[in-house]
Write a protein of this length. Sequence first.
Length: 63
Amino acid sequence: MSCEHLVCAQCAHPVIEARCPLCRANKERMHSHGFAGMSPALIVLLLVALLFVTLALKHLSGL
């Protein structure tokens, strides 16, 4: 979603202009991203998957 077309409920100006504290906070929230543009939940999921792959490889090499 983009804040270019959103109108602030507090100041009634486009959020992209960031005229009031509410606009600035919402603009920052919408444009903040996790590491490399991925959400924190996706990063955790990838780390858990990496852990399981590592454990599986360790288990298979021990056979």
